[in-house]
Design a binder for this molecule. Structure first.
Ligand code: PLP
Length: 397
């Protein structure tokens, strides 16, 4: 009996995994981290998270919440005090007006907020326009829900700004939403208010939604962040995703939030009840402290990132890799097309010859293939050494 079961192919349990799970490609970033871990003297400009530790007062609050026994499920929406503070924060910083009772959900990072947002709007075959180059998980998240990512590229020559005509052409009767992120991972650039107005008008005219991943909103260099949801008539069709990972150096706490109109938030909350229950209680108490007293710490980190971005963008241009000055986040995205190498070959040769890890731009979509993403969330000393090594690498070609 045992034997006949084994022989029968239809009894093979490995056939039971989902098609969508099988089809998704592993992230192009992970591959490079595996190489970095195997090379102890390698300098990594590959990391996508702050190099600062979580400010102590915030961590301390998390520790106190454990000591005080706040270690249970919270309300599905989140600890009411935190939700109220997020509402105030969004109002003060970005002129957004969300009711803490029914328009905000605390999530396990923007990652879960994005998943909830997509689940709440996608029927199989629905199209989501993705502005590229973009964060590695967008396409996979949409495909796993049997949605169709429709790519709208942005180009170096346009400062990686959205071309409204290209956006309009990508819209079909199946389009549900535009998914975008600014300040952007990987380009480090952001979208100006005027452009966001145009995007908003296109969304309104075509009755589509906007999912706006604003996770780097607190890390801007020249101008404060402007949220598309603050434009007239946009709140009702925008889901804003944000969180504590980047702003407060809290990636491991897994804490974010989604804000949007009640009709979508109600659905997102139902899905959250069944799939996540609530965000970690300890992290939520730490986040209350982050919003209470964290501004000064954020400012300190941003001022250090500013120093590094000035150095890194200037030096890339000096050594012959054209680089637009990052406006936010902590990434420089220089153009390497002049070297004649693909971004993947560039990254592989650089790591092997000079022990510097960068992420090939192609990992963020076709429109990134002429670029490498270099994170400056690492010490100035590391950045200087890495750029010296990149210079040697280029001179040896
Ligand atoms: N969105 C973007 C654009 C990101 O760069 C990242 C992380 O790198 C995330 C979302 C994930 O954020 P979280 O840690 O809040 O899940």
């Amino acid at each position: 009996m045992e034997k006949s079961l084994k022989k029968n192919k239809s009894q093979d349990p490995s056939q039971l995994v989902s098609q969508s799970g099988k089809m998704i490609k592993p992230s192009g970033i992970r591959e490079f981290f595996d190489i970095v871990y195997s090379m102890p003297d390698c300098i990594s400009l590959g990391v996508g998270e702050p190099d600062f530790v979580t400010p102590w007062r915030i961590s301390d609050s998390g520790i106190f919440s454990i000591k005080d026994g706040y270690t249970h499920y919270t309300s599905n929406r989140g600890v009411p005090e935190l939700v109220r503070m997020i509402s105030e924060y969004l109002n003060t910083k970005y002129n957004l007006d969300y009711n803490p009772e029914n328009e905000i959900i605390v999530t396990m990072g923007v990652s879960q907020g994005l998943d909830l947002a997509l689940r709440s709007i996608i029927n199989p075959g629905d199209e989501i326009i993705v502005i590229e180059p973009c964060y590695v998980s967008y396409g996979a998240n949409i495909s796993m829900l049997n949605g169709v990512p429709v790519i709208v590229p942005t180009l170096f020559k346009d400062g990686f700004k959205i071309d409204p005509d290209r956006l309009k052409k990508a819209i079909t009767p199946k389009t549900k939403a535009i998914l975008m992120n600014y300040p952007s991972n990987p380009t480090g650039l952001t979208f100006p208010e005027e452009l966001l107005k145009e995007v908003g008008q296109i969304a309104i005219k075509n009755n589509i939604l906007v999912i706006s991943d604003e996770i780097y909103s607190a890390i801007t260099y020249d101008k404060p962040h402007f949220s598309i949801a603050s434009l007239p008539e946009m709140k009702e069709r925008t889901i804003v995703l944000n969180g504590f990972s980047k702003s407060h150096a809290m990636t491991g706490w897994r804490l974010g939030y989604a804000a949007g109109p009640k009709y979508i938030m109600d659905i997102m909350l139902k899905i959250h009840q069944y799939t996540g229950l609530c965000a970690p209680s300890i992290s939520q108490y730490a986040a209350i402290e982050a919003l209470q007293s964290g501004d000064q710490e954020v400012e300190k980190m941003v001022s250090e990132y500013t120093r590094r971005r000035n150095y890194i963008s200037r030096t890339f241009n000096d050594i012959g890799l054209p680089c637009l000055t990052p406006e936010g986040a902590f990434y420089a995205f220089p153009d390497i097309s002049g070297t004649g190498m693909s971004s993947r070959d560039f990254a592989i040769n650089l790591i092997n010859e000079q022990k510097v890890a960068v992420v090939p731009g192609g990992a963020f979509g076709e429109s990134g293939i002429n670029h490498i993403r270099c994170s400056f969330a690492t010490s100035m000393e590391n950045i200087k050494t890495a750029l010296e090594r990149i210079k040697v690498f280029l001179n040896n070609k």
